[in-house]
Design a protein. Structure first.
Length: 211
C-alpha cells in the first residue's frame, strides 16, 4: 500500500488548519479509509485533539504521530505504507521548513477564513507549493452566507492561481465545540448541516485526487 499524503498549510494563524484536518480525517475514516495524522506544529493542537479523542473513544479510528518539519518526509512515507491517507497539519508559517511537507504531498489544502488578510496570506504558501510542483486547493472556512464580505472573499479566491473547493465550512459553533472534545462534526451530529458540509468537501477532495 502507498497512501496519499495531504498537507494542510496556511501562513496565517487562526485560519482553521486543525479544524479542517480533523474533520477531513473523520470524513475519510467514515468512508472506510485508513487514516493517519501527523502534527508538525509545535503548538500541538492536533495532538491535543487526538488525546481527547482517545479518552472519549476506545478506538480513535485513526493513527497519530508527531514530526519535526524536516522529519515529515520520512514519517509520512512510513505511515503511507500502511494507511490510505496521511494528513499533515503544519505550523502557521511559510518558509523553507514547510517545503518537505509540500514535496511529499499529493495535494495541499489551504484554509481561508472570511477575511482579506487570510486570502493575502495564501500567496507565500501557494508559491512554495508551485515550486514543489504540488497542486493546491483553497478551502473557504468560517463562511457567512449572504454577507457582502463573504461574497467578496469568494470572488477574490476564485481569481487565485489554485483550485477553489466548491465545498465550504460555514461559521458554526459546532466546529469549535467538537474540536475541544476530540470529535469531528460528523461524530457529534451526523445528520446536521456541518456534517453535510464536511461530507461534501471530503467527496470533492477525493474526486480531485482521482482526476
Amino acid at each position: 500500500m502507498t497512501g496519499t499524503v495531504i498537507t494542510i498549510a496556511q501562513q496565517k494563524g487562526g485560519s482553521g488548519k486543525t479544524t479542517l484536518t480533523v474533520n477531513l480525517a473523520v470524513g475519510l475514516a467514515a468512508l472506510g479509509h485508513k487514516v493517519a495524522l501527523i502534527d508538525t506544529d509545535p503548538q500541538g493542537s492536533l495532538g491535543r485533539w487526538f488525546m481527547a479523542r482517545r479518552e472519549l473513544l476506545s478506538d480513535p479510528g485513526m493513527e497519530f504521530s508527531t514530526s519535526s518539519a524536516w522529519g515529515v518526509d520520512y514519517e509520512a512515507g512510513k505511515l503511507a505504507s500502511s494507511h490510505d491517507f496521511v494528513l499533515v497539519d503544519t505550523p502557521p508559517k511559510a518558509d523553507s521548513d514547510l517545503r518537505p511537507a509540500l514535496r511529499k504531498a499529493a495535494l495541499v489544502l489551504v484554509p481561508v477564513a472570511t477575511s482579506h488578510v487570510d486570502l493575502w496570506a495564501t500567496e507565500s504558501v501557494l508559491d512554495l507549493a508551485r515550486r514543489a510542483d504540488t497542486p493546491s486547493m483553497l478551502v473557504l472556512n468560517r463562511t457567512r452566507a449572504g454577507t457582502r464580505l463573504g461574497a467578496e472573499i469568494a470572488e477574490e479566491a476564485a481569481k487565485v492561481d489554485a483550485a477553489l473547493a466548491e465545498g465550504v465550512l460555514a461559521n458554526r459553533i459546532i466546529y469549535a465545540e467538537t474540536l475541544g472534545r476530540g470529535q469531528g462534526v460528523q461524530d457529534a451530529a451526523p445528520k446536521g448541516p456541518a456534517a453535510a458540509e464536511v461530507a461534501a468537501l471530503t467527496r470533492e477532495v477525493l474526486a480531485y485526487l482521482d482526476t
